[in-house]
Design a protein around this ligand. Structure first.
Ligand SMILES: NC(=O)c1ccc[n+]([C@@H]2O[C@H](COP(=O)([O-])OP(=O)(O)OC[C@H]3O[C@@H](n4cnc5c(N)ncnc54)[C@H](O)[C@@H]3O)[C@@H](O)[C@H]2O)c1
Length: 340
């Protein structure tokens, strides 16, 4: 059993409480949250006593709590302060995305780990699904002929989406698109080289920062990706993953939840529906949370770098901050400039 301190038990943290319990390979030894009401609810869910619930992490450590690892599920602007204390206390860290709210803060976090042998992993629940591996295998197999480009469209009605997201800059890219950018790297098995973008806030937005955006990436194997996301959409919505198409000479590998299929060459203006080859069902994204936790626990046990380590995830975060800067400056940005 790996002993965990979970920092942040309200909001999305509540889903982690049950995932840790379900894992049967990790156990909470303390819970930390600024909000007493959230702590009380978490106590009821976990059955932990009041004596191991704290309003800040330092207090937990001063009270003699000993843990192997820390789960960081607080808003991104607080990741660095929480992770800094955890790593100084010798813990492995599993943190929610994004690594941090700025690229500078992400670099500072990673530099702390470079001086230790502790594991730092980002829980990107989308990349751990069997359909993602299958997509990567097909797109790289030659089965679709030569690949031309990839499109990724996302539409969601997030009119009310957790208070901090309504106040921050660039909530779309920092809070949502990080999932999609990391997923694209996992789906395609290649990494980004450059990005151009434009983002904007809709006139009817409930957000202070940009909630709609278009980004264009070029990957290191030359594949272009067009990404279009609107998190305050009207009309038809996509699933949380979005709709993803890898367009090849002989067919388009298509993911429209809950199916992965190849739409084969052969449709035309009269017969617009392409012949379909069903590949597999696509699993619910939330199921990836437990798989991500197991990857973290295995990496601790085997003393190895996990998939989605902080260092690897920096490439996904570079797509986020590259896109934000490209939109602001209206020029292509090089992804390398955002890496350590
Ligand atoms: N993977 C996903 O699908 C997914 C979904 C939602 C949120 N998230 C991520 O989870 C993290 C938390 O987001 P959320 O939606 O739960 O936020 P939230 O604001 O709803 O909840 C955050 C919780 O952390 C507590 N908190 C805040 N700062 C703290 C601190 N310094 N110390 C202790 N407790 C603190 C708050 O009281 C609250 O209970 C973010 O990084 C977010 O991006 C991921």
């Amino acid at each position: 059993m790996v002993k965990l301190i979970q920092v942040g038990v309200g909001g999305y943290g509540s889903s982690w409480l049950s995932t840790v319990m379900e894992s049967q390979r990790a156990q909470h030894v303390a819970l930390v949250d600024l909000n007493l009401e959230h702590l009380k609810q978490a106590r009821e869910i976990t059955g932990l006593p009041d004596s191991v619930c704290f309003t800040n992490l330092e207090q937990a450590l001063m009270n003699g709590i000993e843990a192997d690892a820390l789960l960081c599920i607080v808003p991104p602007a607080y990741h660095e302060s929480v992770i800094r204390i955890g790593v100084s206390a010798g813990m492995h860290i599993l943190s929610e995305k994004p690594i941090a709210h700025t690229i500078q803060s992400a670099h500072q976090i990673l530099q702390r780990f470079n001086k230790t042998d502790r594991i730092f992993m980002i829980a990107q629940k989308a990349r751990f699904h069997p359909w993602v591996r299958r997509f990567r295998q097909i797109v790289n197999s030659g089965q679709l002929g030569q690949i031309s480009h990839v499109t990724h469209y996302f539409r969601a009605p997030y009119y009310s989406w957790g208070e901090f997201r309504h106040q921050m800059q660039d909530p779309l890219y920092i809070e949502m698109s990080i999932h999609h950018f990391d997923l694209l790297r996992a789906l395609l098995g290649c990494d980004p080289v450059q990005v151009w973008s434009t983002s904007w806030n809709t006139p009817y937005s409930t957000f202070a920062g940009d909630i709609t955006g278009v980004a264009h990436f070029v990957m290191d194997n030359g594949w272009p990706i067009t990404y279009h996301a609107d998190a305050i959409a009207s009309g038809d919505m996509t699933d949380w993953y979005g709709e993803i198409r890898a367009v090849g000479e002989d067919g388009t590998l298509t993911m429209i939840y809950p199916e992965l299929y190849i739409a084969k060459k052969g449709a035309n203006h009269t017969d617009r529906q392409a012949p379909q080859e069903f590949i597999m069902k696509v699993s619910n994204p939330q199921e990836g949370q437990l798989v991500a936790l197991y990857e973290f626990l295995d990496a601790i046990k085997e003393n190895r770098t996990p998939e989605s380590s902080g260092q690897d995830n920096l490439k996904s975060l570079a797509m986020v901050f590259g896109a934000i800067d490209a939109s602001r400056d209206q020029e292509f940005k090089q992804i390398d400039d955002y890496l350590l």
